[in-house]
Design a protein around this ligand. Structure first.
Ligand code: ADP
Ligand code: MG
Length: 224
């Protein structure tokens, strides 16, 4: 599903260049559930953003589902993201003035699905997350765990092949984190590839494979 070869990435700010990814090789099969662990600043988010076609890389190769990803126009990148990828973030990234149902439906709005239809589909996904009763609540009326379940429903509504989650439990207590991991495991059981960035050992242990990044290099691959 995902194949990267000798990916390098530097950030240039003013006169300074920071070499963040130093030749990453990684192969992720369709249907895998993996975690990426490493200290803060080791390049985890940078790698995930490249995998999510949210950021570019300087050299190397990336292919997603057999497609070479290199210097795509923003339009092409957006189309591919909509078709292939779902994103989950630590801070949920919900739209604060839209209710849970509208947040989940948002990707379908961008695909020009009419309002009634997209809301109906959003309700199905909210039901799967056990959130039917919360559909008409705004994000600030939801708990952290509920917000993350809304975000997962939103990530799933476009029928992605891959879910990319950057510290999805980073803002949650351990019980809620475990519930979110239950959901991500269920998502993976439906055949969707799941990639989770985390710095929590307990979370990583719930994935099948853990890739450790140290200072921009993959230093360890652990089968859990
Ligand atoms: P992690 O997610 O592992 O904590 P990141 O991938 O976010 O690490 O960041 C790796 C390094 O790159 C850090 O030193 C960070 O400060 C730097 N960095 C991240 N994004 C940018 C950016 N847009 N511009 C400049 N430096 C950045
Ligand atoms: Mg990060």
């Amino acid at each position: 599903m995902i194949k990267i070869n000798q990916i390098h990435k530097s950030y240039i700010t003013g006169q300074n260049s920071l070499h963040v990814l130093k030749g990453i090789d990684l192969e992720i099969e369709a249907g895998e559930m993996i975690s990426i662990m490493g200290a803060s600043g080791s390049g985890k988010s940078t790698l995930l953003n490249i995998l999510g076609i949210l950021d570019s890389y300087d050299s190397g190769e990336y292919s997603l589902d057999g497609l070479k990803i290199n210097r795509l126009s923003e339009r092409k990148a957006a189309r591919l993201r909509n078709k292939m990828l779902g994103f989950v973030f630590q801070s949920f990234n919900l739209v604060s003035f839209k209710n849970a149902m509208e947040n989940v439906a948002l990707p379908l709005y961008y695909q020009d699905v009419p309002r009634k239809k997209r809301n109906l589909i959003a309700m199905e996904y909210l039901e799967r997350m056990g959130l039917t009763e919360w559909a008409h609540h705004l994000p600030n009326e939801l708990s952290g765990g509920q917000k993350q379940r809304v975000a997962i429903a939103r990530a799933l509504i476009g029928k992605p092949k891959v879910i990319l989650a950057d510290e999805p439990t980073g803002a949650l207590d351990s019980v809620t984190s475990s519930e979110v991991m239950d959901i991500l495991q269920e998502v993976n059981a439906t055949g969707i590839t799941v990639i989770i960035v985390t710095h929590e050992h307990d979370i990583a242990m719930r994935t099948r494979k853990t890739i450790r990044i140290t200072d921009g290099n993959i230093t360890e691959i652990i089968i859990n």
